[in-house]
Design a protein around this ligand. Structure first.
Ligand code: HAM
Length: 455
């Protein structure tokens, strides 16, 4: 087979056999976020380039080296979003969410694009689950945000994830810190990469997260931001920690965390794992009190985080975390002959209308081929309909797990199926180690079920 082309480097297909795992992670995250008051927002995958230049910052690695930027057919510069925060803020302002009761809490799931060197846990198209909370300066909000992230990881039963926090101050304390960094890096200016030589003048903090080995080696002994916090930022940071303690959330202060995006102020944090290699940051976020006004709104203290869903999946798989089983069809109907195929189509349609997953063979193959197909699909029950079954209006419903067969009336198939499958499921349950006959609770008469007369 000669493929015309292959998937782009750094992208990944999720196949049907695996997708239930992604759906489970996403549904869990959305569900827990909702319990903390977050409602989903869906914003476009691409935006005007200046949104990210202004929002993420034009001296960041993301903007300088990693964005997928192109001119559209009308010559406008467009960028595939490298992250979700800037677009969420734009939408919050453009759609007047800023005029609603504050804080406004939004969450999102979607693809992001960064032209980075692909490796385990680092892709060029990856997916983030993110949350943003607009309109609160309270340190309680920082702690609640972290608690939300932790709650998602706990529910998914992630183990050995450490929470590292830091404060990177506000523009007031940042000025002092920048001065100290400039002094420190100036001595070794010539060794820095050309991007960082420019950063030294414009935004020396960005040198701290440069991925070049020489720059990161030099950065190892640079002054740390926590030594330069102003009183307000120090108090805020202390308060966040008090709330975290009250919420029983373990953390470590890591004064080296500065995050790779320009908008952060005060609290920043990361959830980090050792189980998935070099790209161990599964979730990162923090406060960004200046971003909303930077993008044209009123001053609105805000905060958020995003988790990388591919990294989270890697971690869950590495730790053998429990995933719910993939859904399998409730029923497969094998049909032989035209009359039987018509009846099968009717049954499948009635079953679907009642919410069951019911399938039949679209290719009208031999019975053997149909049964093989049903087996591959993992159907829980099947029936075979031929001329005889169409005439007598009775077929045998086979439980594919136990092999047990029960007669079922074709004219009242759905209610018969419901009774038989339910009583089979209940029979599997045990109370105090003893099998319990639940059918009595539902007014089901076992004998009637077995003869397919259920109505
Ligand atoms: P970020 O740290 O750039 O923050 O990305 C958040 C998470 O996305 C990372 O911790 C990582 O799990 C995942 N991630 C980033 N790049 C890649 C990649 N190339 N491949 C796979 N996963 C990746 C932000 O994006 C901020 N917008 C988070 C935020 C929201 N801050 C406030 N609100």
């Amino acid at each position: 087979m000669a493929l015309v082309t292959k998937a782009i480097k750094g992208t990944k297909d999720v196949l049907p056999k695996d997708v239930h795992k992604n759906q489970y992670i996403e549904a869990t995250a959305l569900d827990i976020a909702e319990k903390f008051g977050y409602k989903e927002i869906r914003t476009p995958m691409f935006e005007h380039t200046e949104l990210f230049q202004r929002g993420v910052g034009d001296t960041t690695d993301v903007v300088q080296k990693e964005m997928y930027t192109f001119d559209d057919k009308a010559g406008r510069s467009i960028t595939l979003r490298p992250e979700g925060t800037a677009g969420a803020v734009r939408s919050y302002l453009e759609n007047g969410l800023c005029n609603e009761a504050l804080p406004q809490k939004v969450c999102y799931i979607g693809p992001c694009f960064r032209y980075e060197k692909p490796q385990a846990g680092r892709l060029r198209e990856f997916h983030q689950f993110g949350v943003e909370c607009f309109g609160t300066s309270s340190p309680l909000a920082d702690a609640e945000l972290i608690a939300l992230g932790k709650s998602i990881f706990d529910t998914l039963q992630v183990k050995e994830l450490s929470l590292e926090i830091n404060s990177i101050g506000c523009p007031v304390c940042r000025a002092e810190y920048h001065k100290a960094l400039k002094e420190y890096f100036s001595d070794r200016r010539d060794e820095l990469c050309s991007t960082c030589q420019d950063r030294l003048e414009r935004n020396p903090m960005r040198i701290l997260d440069c991925k070049s080995p020489v720059c990161s080696e030099i950065a190892k002994h640079a002054p740390v931001v926590t030594d330069y916090l102003c009183e307000e930022c120090r108090e805020h940071f202390d308060s966040v920690q008090n709330y975290l303690k009250a919420m029983n959330i373990d953390y470590k202060i890591n004064p080296k965390i500065v995050r790779g995006l320009d908008y952060y102020t005060k609290t920043v944090f990361e959830f980090i794992s050792n189980s998935i290699g070099a790209q161990g940051t599964v979730c990162g976020g923090g406060r960004y009190d200046g971003l909303v006004d930077e993008l044209g709104g009123q001053k609105t203290p805000s905060l958020g985080f995003a988790m990388g869903l591919e990294r989270l999946m890697l971690l869950l798989e590495a730790q053998n975390a429990p995933f719910p089983a993939a859904n399998t069809p409730d029923l497969f109907v094998a049909a032989l002959g035209d009359k039987a195929t018509l009846k099968a189509a009717e049954i499948v349609s009635d079953m679907r209308a009642e919410g069951f997953t019911a399938l039949m063979d679209l290719n009208q193959r031999s019975l053997r081929a149909q049964m093989k197909y049903a087996d591959k699909l993992g159907a829980k029950f099947n029936i075979v309909i031929g001329d005889n079954e169409v005439d007598t209006k009775i077929a045998k419903l086979k439980n594919m797990t136990t092999g047990e067969e029960t007669e079922i009336a074709l004219d009242t198939f759905v209610s018969g199926f419901y009774n038989i499958s339910l009583s089979d499921q209940l029979a599997d349950l045990e109370i105090n180690g003893e099998e319990f006959d639940f059918s009595s609770l539902f007014g089901l008469n076992k004998e009637e079920n077995e003869h397919g007369r259920n109505d």
